[in-house]
Design a protein around this ligand. Sequence first.
Ligand code: NI
Length: 196
Amino acid sequence: MVLPIVAYGDPVLRKKAKDISADYPKLKELIDNMWETMYGAYGVGLAAPQVGLPVRIFMVDTSPFAEDEELSEEEKKELARLKKTFINARILEEKGDEWAFNEGCLSIPDIREDVFRKPEITIEYYDEDFNKHTEEYKGLAARVIQHEYDHIEGILFTDKLSSLKKRLIKGKLANISKGKIEVEYRMKFPELKKGR
Ligand code: NI
């Protein structure tokens, strides 16, 4: 089932999400629904707060990036195979010189901006069967994970912009939370007035 994606301005996007236990109710169903919601919106990642749940679950599928001609064969391979659910994740380390990439977010439609992040991460997480993993990622794969990880920490990519950029997009962000935007997928807007 496709779930509505919570739009910018909803307080759930600002909560530090909580760990879940293996007996979290209907976990498998939730994960299936989140995949369906993500693919339905042509996203490469989705975090539970974006469907209204302040819990530490997110998923990424970076395969759409694997076609990019400019990437190395090694990077294409890594992007093609990264399709995972991350539960109770903790980024243990981020390193390297920050690099910019134009990011977007399903909760913030129609805004794309360059965001600086470190290129290498070490992350610890549980998969959907609650097996623990510690893995390293770099480049675009790390980038998508960092963006989704920020969601479970209550952080949005727009927080990372310069104060000038923030001022420039302020009006657009306000319109998004009021639902004054055209979107191709189901969304829930925090300030949408009834009867509009
Ligand atoms: Ni996002």
